[in-house]
Design a protein around this ligand. Sequence first.
Ligand code: ADP
Ligand code: ADP
Ligand code: MG
Length: 677
Amino acid sequence: MIKRILIANRGEIAARIIRSCKRLGITTVAVYSDADRNAPYIAQADHACLIGPPEAASSYLDANKLIDAAKRFQAEAIHPGYGFLSENAEFADLCAKNGLIFIGPSPQTIRVMGSKIEAKYLAAKAGVPMIPGYFGSDQSDATLARASEEIGVPLLIKASAGGGGRGMRLVEDLADFNEALALARAESQAAFGDNRVLLERYIGEPRHIEVQLLGDQHGNLVHLFERECSIQRNYQKVIEEAPAAHLPEQTRQCLFDYALHLGNAMHYDSTGTVEFILDNKSGEVFFLEMNTRLQVEHPVTEAVTGLDLVALQIHVASGEPLPVSQQQITLSGWAIEARLNAEDPAQGYQPQTGTLEVYTEPSNEGVRVDSGVVQGSIITPYYDSMIAKVIAHGPDRSTATQRLSAALLDLSLVGVGTNAPFLRDILEHKHFSDQPLTTQFIEHAFPQGWQPHLPDIQVTPVAAAAAWLLKLEGWHSEVKSSKTATSPWQSLGPWRLIRRAGHEEKTSLVLEQNDGSTTTVEMHGVGGRYTTVCGADKLPIQVAALDGDDLAVEIDGRYRRYQVHFDEQTISLSHDGHGYKYRILTPQEVHLRSEDEAASGGSSVFAPMPGLVAEVNVSSEDRVAAGDIVIVLESMKLLQNLTAPRDGVVKSVRCEAGNTVDSGALLVEIEENTGDT
Ligand code: ADP
Ligand code: ADP
Ligand code: MG
């Protein structure tokens, strides 16, 4: 067995590989670029080696530096993870030349499968159905143009060496073919150093279904069932699951057979994935490509089979026979994975960068989180935007879906925008459960493009309300953080709200803008994690006080950093050079306003929020002075003193201690004192 492995990768997959190595008693060498100096996987590894500047070309893609590091630390093998050099045959060759085991298939296998053209020849020979198209070696303009006419539109031009969804172009009108071809060739040459292309008929309602293979060097090859990865954006996977839903058993068996035929034809001896496209209209399946590496979405297969794919991959790379037979591999329950990306799904999935000011992972039942970050991690622009994968497993698909959705809600992350709300909306979409998925799911589910639930204009008042509440809580819970005493987050606010344990927390604040208009924000929760009720949507918001007077806010996947200033009853926030100011109405003012609106002559005490009457300090006929506490209202974890808005006499008491009252309920009527003094 291999004793020491160098991991030629970073982030979540480096951490993932280290976990299996620890279980196997293998020591690990991590490599890192300048941008990853503080990445958690470095501390998890037994050894770590700086390999260069942030740019991948001079660090994670620099084969010689990786080989040197492996030799220096006396590693026997290199695990390439996914992406980077994982499907680079020259790198696998270089490993072999230097006496290092490349954890993956042979350079020859990588080379053949790395070319979509060559892979198709092999798959066709193994009897796997091909998408109608052209994958010949004659790459002349005339031949390709002729082929395009035969195939018809819509068609896809694909880079033979392409990957990660890059180098693909959709042609919907043959008149555009020549131009698209030139662009595809140029793109492919720039990205992959190879300008060969293939043409494929564009499948109308495609489903992406793939089969996980595992082989050894003794001729054994098994499949580990299928995964469905149809939820995609820009031809890249977003949500993956195992097994596939709405898939006829006969088709499934067919896919296993095709994958095994192809694997056996090439004596496949590692983990690998055969990708298929299923035409949802006709039910036909076609070969797409083979990935000769560990796949991003391997955890869903691990969840349903109970196997450790990384451990098995290392095992077979050491030359050991597969420890499991096909009969021993069984499928249990359902697993779904969501890729949590630092990106803005409302703005063309634009990558987001920043510091994770707050980051805690959910620990719900059946949930696994594979991440490459911790609180304080910096998301740089140098690498992939994926920061974590959240995987939920359950006895059936609906349980797995619910668990995943809940876990995404429970994951707390402030400091960089993510696609978390987008992922939840996909999982909660009706058609996610009641129809076969297709790669057009996102387009169909969000025809205008996905948009956050809270309109931009409402973000700031909600942020202000949350900041106000956080400050009140900070004072009352007497949390003395490392922040300086001058921090605005520790000074006393004008309200008297006291948190109490044992109740659900809920509060509502009324914010007044400069023009006198008001916004009411209702919030549930404590400690900077609140749910705001906004129309029909319940929206989570997270706020965290940063050094000085800065506030980090995450809402709807969007991240903003505000400078906050409190002054008696006003709160000012600034963001991106824009300033906002709100006055928070006191409960009295809220009552007075509702009175004014009701044009009622008397001065009464109303419940500013739903709650429990904790104390009634007055009875009918009592004289009261403005500011006297007449009612103590317990609104979940908050105790609030409701005071007489003016001098007078209690006309009626409309509640008793122990009553539950609604927001706006009349509690005590006070009238002007007209009697003798
Ligand atoms: P999977 O098929 O395992 O889900 P993806 O196709 O999403 O994986 O790609 C896995 C990772 O590798 C992603 O980070 C992707 O950007 C990257 N990747 C895949 N192929 C290439 C390639 N040929 N060149 C550069 N990056 C790639
Ligand atoms: P990559 O190497 O970038 O992963 P693939 O050939 O695996 O390239 O295709 C990636 C995705 O593009 C597929 O999962 C599918 O959604 C889409 N796709 C590929 N070929 C076709 C096709 N012929 N018709 C429709 N969609 C396709
Ligand atoms: Mg693919």
